[in-house]
Write a protein that binds this ligand. Structure first.
Ligand SMILES: NC(=O)c1ccc[n+]([C@@H]2O[C@H](COP(=O)([O-])OP(=O)(O)OC[C@H]3O[C@@H](n4cnc5c(N)ncnc54)[C@H](OP(=O)(O)O)[C@@H]3O)[C@@H](O)[C@H]2O)c1
Length: 200
């Protein structure tokens, strides 16, 4: 049994990951206002404080991070920064700290999204950020030390989120959270590194 930290562990994806990995591992969760620990991933000091509070863990999963969805013609600099600062830099921050805080042979699992490879209207920020996450992981994988691995799960729209986002993503195939959770399990419990696993 290993210890897995799931950041965003109370969310739609995160809670399914907690259910799946909790069958075989000790799982602890973190969020801005929910879970076992408090963290704001866009704040590097907060991420450092999180790992200081948890002590050494074996694996970390990030299922958190905000994006901006809206038409390019009306997009502001500040709106584009939402995805960069939260979902991209948030997950980079976790990786930068976790590489020194995880036990040997551990893993980092990040989250992108289906639109990275299937652009939709209003998704210039999300496409850029989700591709950035996948690119970051492939670059980081070849430099991680001590047998650490890093991978990305790229989920389609979850069945559980379809109603919330249906006006934005008409026609997109949905995927159940328990299937998405198995892709996270593969990242944590598998052997590969630098990969993006599609859960579509
Ligand atoms: N749901 C989908 O259909 C879908 C599909 C593809 C990709 N994704 C991606 O997957 C990620 C999670 O999506 P979700 O639908 O599961 O989200 P969600 O249901 O809104 O849950 C988000 C989780 O992350 C935590 N959180 C949010 N912002 C945070 C921050 N800045 N720092 C630390 N924790 C934070 C939340 O807890 P607190 O509220 O306590 O902070 C919550 O536990 C997102 O990046 C999203 O883009 C989602």
């Amino acid at each position: 049994m290993r210890t897995v930290l799931v950041i965003g562990g109370t969310g739609t994806i995160g809670s399914a990951v907690v259910r799946e990995l909790g069958k075989r591992h000790r799982v602890i969760t973190a969020g801005r206002s929910s879970g076992d620990h408090r963290v704001a991933i866009e704040d590097i000091d907060s991420v450092q404080a999180l790992f200081a509070a948890t002590g050494r863990v074996d694996h970390v999963v990030v299922a958190a991070g905000a994006l901006h969805v809206g038409p390019l013609g009306a997009m502001t600099h500040q709106q584009f920064r939402v995805g960069l600062d939260s979902k991209l830099m948030g997950q980079v921050n976790v990786t930068l700290v976790a590489q020194h805080a995880l036990n040997d042979g551990g893993s980092i699992t990040l989250t992108s999204g289906v639109d990275a490879h299937n652009p939709l209207r209003g998704c210039a920020n999300t496409v850029a950020v989700n591709n950035g996450i996948e690119g970051f992981a492939s670059g980081a994988a070849i430099e991680l030390q001590r047998g650490l691995r890093i991978n990305v799960v790229n989920p389609s729209l979850l069945e559980e989120s379809a109603e919330q986002f249906e006006s934005l993503f008409h026609g997109l195939e949905t995927v159940p959270a328990n299937r998405v959770a198995r892709a996270y399990s593969r990242c944590v419990e598998g052997a590969e590194s630098g990969k993006t696993y599609r859960a579509w």
